[in-house]
Ligand binder design. Structure first.
Ligand SMILES: Nc1ncnc2c1ncn2[C@@H]1O[C@H](COP(=O)(O)OP(=O)(O)OP(=O)(O)O)[C@@H](O)[C@H]1O
Length: 611
């Protein structure tokens, strides 16, 4: 009982599919339904005419043949032929309509997946659950909903046709019917059982599949090609990959082998049942309980009944499978971002008047217990350049994520002009910032586009692109590229070109300078820049950013020096804060780090002067 419940419980999913289809392709849904009705109508007509024809021929066998009886036989043959032709035409057209519908629905599903993916919380991307759910949704496939419709329609068609055949069989001999049931029902149950088994197994092996895809990507992507060769990791990875794929294959084969064994058994029972029915009917005919015509009719529809019975079983199990996989797709679609628009958002006033304040902010990443930030009090005033300093893992990037509202604090609050940032419209609030993260994106697009992505609302070819590139110190090298600002930055496509890491960083900086946002955030903006480029960038940084506020993270304290105010983070807490001079006077962590770096440079310089 429980097993049956498990099999049939999630049929609710199917209810959600039809509105989806209607929303994506009204015209084709309507058309394919009409054509299906025609297909069923003509199919039934063929069966009816077949029976009529057999009846007339049977009568003819018993009587003296009259010429008008032959004419009526010929008439039935012609009509049956015409109905068969109409049946085939409507079936072909229905297939065409269903194909068109499938394509539209697939595009609709893709759009929905992309919409959910771009709106999902960042937390979702940073957890394995996201990848599992996305992988499963993708596995469910964008073709599934349309397949469901096709299946439901075919199922309706086969049910109607099979009912008609059952009625015909009943008219021949009702005892044949239970035998037909023996042929269909066990096969159906077996199929449903194994569909569920396969689904459960596929759900459980999602991570294994993802791990295999990851290894495949490691071996084939250009990103890892250098290290892979020099560290000679190729064979090791290949072995790991084959082992994983082997495990997946063995598990799958185990289920398939068991299914085949049971299916052969059930199929044999079905075949014996069909032929048993035929033998029974032959015997009944010989005994005179049935006419020769009945036997002929049974033979005519026997094949059809057998095929339809098999199709029905297949469609039901397919429908069940579709429903299970659609559940995975809906699981992904049901993800709602937690960081969402407030019901009555406060309007962001630009430029900010008082600035941004962190008030006793603490934060743990979702699913973890250890705080990565504790009781942070921090202020960024309009026009102020603030620097964040701290060892690796001290929480600098996490703080930026909170500032941009990619996460919400676990405790405390962040305010903009005295209002909790959770009360502002998310989009408006995020537009206050231009950010370049450490792991900024390398878009496989032209230089121009790579920069314009910083403010996508600006028109194509806007002069602001060049201005931003000049500010980032990127303009000279861009002008030297084969197609200047139109150069495609990738080796993935024809006519593309790759640039150095430092040059990529300059392009990313230009992207950050593109938008006239109130606050500019730079997380390690100069890690790949040569000292000259770095010096140039920060020499007149305030003018470069048009006197806007900035939050800069850097391990190079010579860069940090120019900030108006510096916060020193250590293990998620602010240990010191003040201007460069104040912190040096204070003689704490910052002073120690700065002296170490300065000492190092001085030593190198002295050594070089002596040499
Ligand atoms: N998505 C995440 N989920 C859970 N923990 C995370 C996540 N991202 C970072 N952390 C943890 O948070 C802590 C702070 O990381 P964060 O990236 O903020 O440090 P950081 O100061 O920017 O370091 P670095 O100087 O190396 O860039 C680290 O201990 C890190 O392991």
């Amino acid at each position: 009982m429980l097993k049956m419940q498990r099999i049939f419980h999630p049929l609710r999913t199917l209810r959600r599919i039809f509105p989806l289809l209607w929303a994506s392709s009204r015209k084709w849904t309507l058309l394919s339904t009409i054509l299906l009705v025609l297909e069923i109508g003509f199919g039934l007509a063929v069966l009816y005419l077949l029976k009529q024809m057999v009846d007339v021929v049977t009568e003819l066998l018993g009587e003296e043949a009259a010429s008008q009886d032959f004419v009526s036989v010929i008439g039935y043959v012609a009509l049956t032929g015409a109905a068969t032709l109409a049946f085939m035409t409507s079936r072909a057209l229905a297939n065409l309509a269903r194909e068109a519908q499938s394509l539209l629905v697939a595009d609709h599903i893709d759009r929905q997946i992309h919409e959910r993916a771009v709106r999902a919380d960042l937390a979702f991307y940073e957890s394995p659950r996201y990848f599992d759910t996305l992988e499963r949704a993708r596995e469910a496939g964008n073709q599934r909903p349309a397949q469901v419709v096709v299946n439901v329609m075919m199922l309706i068609k086969n049910c109607v046709m099979l009912t008609a055949i059952v009625v015909l069989i009943l008219s021949i001999n009702w005892l044949v019917l239970p035998v037909l049931m023996i042929a269909i029902v066990p096969a159906l149950l077996v199929r449903l059982h194994f569909t569920r088994q396969l689904y459960d197994w596929q759900r459980h092996r999602t991570q294994m599949e993802r791990r295999a895809s990851y290894l495949d990507w490691l071996m084939t992507s250009d990103l890892h090609a250098k290290e892979l060769r020099l560290l000679q990791l190729g064979d090791f990875l290949r072995e790991q990959y084959s082992e994983l794929r082997g495990r997946i294959r063995r598990e799958r084969m185990h289920i398939t082998q068991r299914r085949t064994r049971v299916e052969v058994l059930v199929g044999s029972v079905a075949t014996i049942a069909f032929f048993g029915a035929l033998a029974f009917l032959a015997w009944q005919t010989a005994e005179g309980h049935n006419s020769i015509g009945d036997l002929v009719l049974f033979l005519l529809i026997f094949q059809r009944a057998q095929t339809m019975g098999q199709e029905l079983v297949q469609q039901l199990s397919k429908l069940y499978e579709d429903h299970l996989y659609m559940g995975l797709l809906f699981e992904f679609m049901d993800i709602r971002p937690e960081i969402a628009e407030p019901v009555n958002p406060v309007t962001v006033s630009e430029p900010p008047q008082e600035g941004i304040h962190f008030e006793q902010v603490s934060f743990c990443y979702p699913g973890t217990k250890a705080p990565v930030l504790s009781q942070i009090d921090l202020t960024i005033r309009p026009g102020q350049i603030v620097a964040l300093v701290g060892a690796n893992g001290s929480g600098k990037t996490s703080l930026i994520k909170l500032l941009c509202r990619l996460y919400d604090p676990t405790a405390g609050r962040i305010t903009l002009d005295g209002v909790d940032i959770r009360d502002y419209s998310l989009e408006d609030y995020r537009r206050l910032f231009s950010v370049i993260f450490q792991d900024y994106s390398h878009y496989a697009a032209s230089v121009s586009e790579n920069i314009r992505f910083g403010d996508i609302l600006q028109p194509v070819g806007t002069p602001s692109i060049k201005t931003a590139a000049i500010k980032a110190g990127a303009d000279p090298f861009i002008e030297g590229l084969s197609a200047g600002y139109d150069t495609l930055l990738t080796r993935m496509f024809d006519d593309g070109q790759e640039i150095s890491l430092g040059q990529w960083q300059k392009v990313a900086l230009a992207r950050a300078f593109m938008r006239q946002s109130s606050v500019i955030i730079l997380d390690e903006p100069t890690s790949a820049l040569d000292p000259g480029a770095e010096f140039e960038l920060f020499e007149n940084f305030r003018e470069r950013i048009n006197h806007r506020a900035a939050l800069v993270i850097s391990h190079r304290l010579s860069t940090v020096r120019m900030a108006d105010y510096i916060y020193v983070l250590d293990q998620g807490m602010i240990r010191e804060s003040g201007s460069h001079d104040e912190l040096i006077r204070h003689g704490g962590i910052y002073c120690r780090l700065f002296t170490q770096q300065a000492h190092h440079y001085r030593e190198v310089r002295d050594r070089e002067v002596r040499a």
